[in-house]
Design a protein around this ligand. Structure first.
Ligand code: ADP
Ligand code: MG
Length: 729
């Protein structure tokens, strides 16, 4: 029996998995996190004070206190049965990394003890050679080390029966270059904080800190593990490279907000319990549009923590799914013909006085502050659209962007009709001759219309990659498998830079004698004029928009190797250098790493396509071809007239055609790969993989293979079909 039928058989006989009824969320929430409350219980006054100040400021822990703090953390962890610890970090491989060490050690006299010293908490040196560095370590002959990031609390990861203490860290080279996603993110958040506080102080001198906030929405598919294992393409690449659409897919829209099927429901409850223990504040769970597709979203948090929680959750999702004999697919487009998965990044900024800077204010003054940050965001997205596009570029997201159910590769901003009108008003009313006595332009009555505004933006345009949703922007083009750190680093950097520029321009007008509010209004007006071409309220999926965007000169880069160019332009180097995020070397290294990752991904997909064609699809088709040939021969020998087996001949003819085409194209694709592999320039190689391998062959090969799936006897087909992957549970 083939794996396919075995899987279907097992699925039918598998008992329903059950989960223990979970306790109240408040009882388990943060149970496995070394939060401030736990720290208070396990640290001396002195150590707690030092821990608290590092947590608040994100500054390095005081070296003299490190031993005490490490001891406190260990005593907490041991009380929960933890035996090992690891520095937990987010290298540029796209997943998380851990290296487990035991608390156990031997004294010089051979006595066994458990210890966790300050040095082990603060800094470690993982074997860094296996992580991508884009040549950075080679160039600088420097090793890499991980350093505790006190802005993210230590936590305990439970796996099967083991428990490990995880210390969130950044990963940097000895000469200071970032080797991970987290270090640049922290720098960007710092830059944003400084720039935003400066601008806030125009309105309110009490504001001394601004934190960016992030609420991600994680979309994913869940399928049965045995069916997953019978699809080598899913195992190797996370997506199906072949597969005929099933008779029914998402057209009835009966999955969205439908009841969650039993087995998946147990999984989700189990996942939530694990997430709560880790302090991940998951709130919503629901079905998505496509069959077997779901979404979960937490309550928003400060960006750094939200990023950690998302990467952690992606890991936990996978582990918990296996407990239920399920597999989670985080790929952006696991199945052709139905919706893909994204990870909307809801983003805003919050002051230490409790104000959401993207929430319209209740008075004209707070309104002006809202308008300032709102318009600066639009300006930032307009000016750096190419860099923002690059921040979400990946081989897997290329399948989703612009695929009719996902935001296009054109970056535009949706703000709703109410705010569109408000910006138009400002454009018309604010004029050069205006002076202090002309206060009419300061009367932007946004605060009077908050209910309408919220309504306008809740029922919003779902086709926009960057939409204002009432009190935050939602960056919708981020891929489901991405680490949010990258787009968040870029978004916060471009925002910081735009705010700095804004402040410089306003200050200049003030210096010339302009009243503060009027100066601000002038620059706001100027920014509206300069960036309005990025605003778009229509259907982002339509061809008209592509045409219109070309007219507006908005970048529309469809594939990753080209999109990544934006990261190494003079403009990008200037931006990241000025804000202390990336040096020129770091940018070039990252560019190289991203290209290499792209090449590898497409290469693996191409290989699995070839392999499955020759070892799965063609053998099935040829066997059926033989059967038909034999049948025709037999009928002929029996003396039947030709019209009696005309249909069999027709099927045989079609099958033979698709067999030839499939095998011919696979051969040619392999040759194209060989040519690409010889290229030494990484960018050229990536482009060759994109244009000469992927674009030229993938869809064509798939077309013929999928036709064969339709023609060949079902019993002869080895790969689980879409209807089984998506509808059997
Ligand atoms: P939808 O699915 O309609 O986009 P959801 O309610 O599922 O809306 O998601 C909204 C997300 O926005 C949640 O994750 C929520 O935490 C987040 N969010 C709300 N306010 C803010 C904010 N000020 N900053 C960042 N994220 C926010
Ligand atoms: Mg959303």
């Amino acid at each position: 029996m083939s794996l396919r039928f075995e899987a279907i058989q097992n699925l039918v006989t598998a008992p329903e998995t059950s989960v223990k009824a979970s306790a109240k969320v408040t009882e388990i929430f943060g149970k496995n996190v070394f939060n401030l409350k736990t720290a208070r219980e396990h640290l001396s006054d002195e150590a707690f004070k030092s821990f608290l100040s590092s947590t608040r400021s994100g500054q390095k822990i005081d070296r003299t206190m490190a031993d005490q703090i490490a001891n406190g953390i260990r005593s907490w962890a041991e009380s929960k049965g933890v035996t090992h610890f690891t520095h937990w970090f987010q290298p540029l491989t796209g997943s998380t990394a851990e290296k487990h060490d035991s608390f156990f050690t031997l004294k010089t006299d051979g006595t066994a003890i458990e210890e966790f010293v300050g040095d082990a908490l603060v800094q470690q040196e993982p074997d860094a050679s296996s992580f991508p560095s884009g040549g950075l370590r080679a160039t600088f002959e420097a090793r890499g080390y991980t350093a505790w990031d006190p802005s993210s609390p230590p936590f305990i990861m439970e796996m099967n029966n083991g428990k490990t203490l995880c210390i969130p860290t950044i990963f940097v080279s000895y000469t200071g270059e970032s080797l991970d996603y987290k270090a640049p993110l922290l720098k960007a958040l710092d830059a944003l904080n400084k720039a935003a506080v400066d601008v806030c102080n125009y309105f309110d001198k009490n504001i001394s800190k601004v934190t960016a906030t992030l609420g991600w929405e994680q979309e994913y598919f869940v399928i049965d593990e045995a069916l997953f294992n019978a699809r080598p393409d899913l195992v190797m690449t996370g997506r199906t490279v072949y597969g005929q659409s099933s008779a029914k897919n998402q057209q009835l829209e009966d999955h969205y907000f439908g009841s969650i099927p039993g087995r998946f429901y147990s999984y989700m409850r189990d996942l939530e319990t694990e997430a709560y223990k880790l302090g991940i504040p998951l709130r919503t769970r629901h079905n998505e549009v496509a069959p077997s597709q779901f979404e979960c979203a937490p309550i928003f948090e400060e960006v750094g923590l939200a990023v950690d929680h998302n990467t952690l959750l992606m890991d936990v999702m996978d582990r918990v799914a296996r407990r239920h004999n399920l597999r989670v697919l985080l790929h952006e487009k696991p199945f052709a013909g139905i919706n893909g998965s994204g990870k909307h990044n809801n983003w805003s900024m919050q002051t230490d006085t409790g104000i959401n800077l993207l929430a319209p204010g209740k008075t004209p003054k707070t309104n002006l502050m809202f308008l300032t940050f709102f318009v600066n965001t639009i300006k930032a997205v307009h000016d750096y659209a190419d860099i923002l596009r690059a921040s979400i570029a990946s081989a897997s997201n290329d399948y989703r962007l612009g695929a009719n159910e996902a935001p296009p590769a054109i970056i535009s901003v949706f703000i709703g009709q109410y705010l569109t009108k408000a910006l138009q008003d400002i454009k018309e009313r604010v004029s050069d001759k205006m002076d202090e006595t002309d206060e009419s332009m300061l009367k932007i009555d946004i605060h009077r219309s908050i209910p309408e505004l919220l309504l306008d933006n809740t029922d919003r345009n779902r086709t926009s990659p960057f939409a204002f949703t009432g009190n935050k922007f939602e960056f919708r083009a981020v891929g489901s498998s991405a680490n949010c750190a990258n787009p968040m680093t870029i978004l916060n950097t471009i925002m910081a830079n735009t705010l700095q520029q804004f402040k410089t321009e306003v200050d200049e007008l003030i210096k010339k004698g302009e009243k503060k509010e009027i100066a601000i209004m002038h620059i706001i007006r100027q920014y509206i004029v300069e960036s309005e071409s990025v605003l778009f309220e229509g259907d982002g999926y339509s061809q008209q928009w592509e045409n219109e965007a070309t007219k507006r000169k908005l970048p529309n880069v469809k594939t990753t190797p080209f999109a990544l160019d934006a990261m190494i332009t003079a403009k990008a180097k200037q931006l990241f250098d000025a804000n202390n995020i990336y040096t020129k070397n770091e940018l070039e290294a990252r560019h190289e790493i991203e290209l290499e990752r792209y090449i590898k991904k497409v290469q693996i997909e191409s290989r699995i396509m070839g392999e499955l064609a020759t070892s799965h699809i063609l053998p099935s088709a040829i066997r059926y071809q033989n059967l038909l040939a034999k049948n025709i021969r037999g009928l002929k020998e029996a003396g039947l007239s030709e019209d009696k087996y005309a249909n069999q001949k027709q099927i045989l003819d079609k099958i033979s055609e698709h067999i030839n085409k499939t095998s011919d194209l696979v051969e040619k694709m392999i040759n194209a790969r060989k040519v690409a592999n010889k290229m030494t320039d990484t960018r050229e190689k990536a482009i060759a993989y994109q244009t000469k391998v992927k674009e030229t062959f993938f869809d064509k090969i798939r077309y013929h293979a999928d036709k064969l799936e339709l023609l060949v006897d079902d019993r002869e087909w080895y790969l689980p079909k879409y209807r089984e992957l998506l509808f059997l549970r």
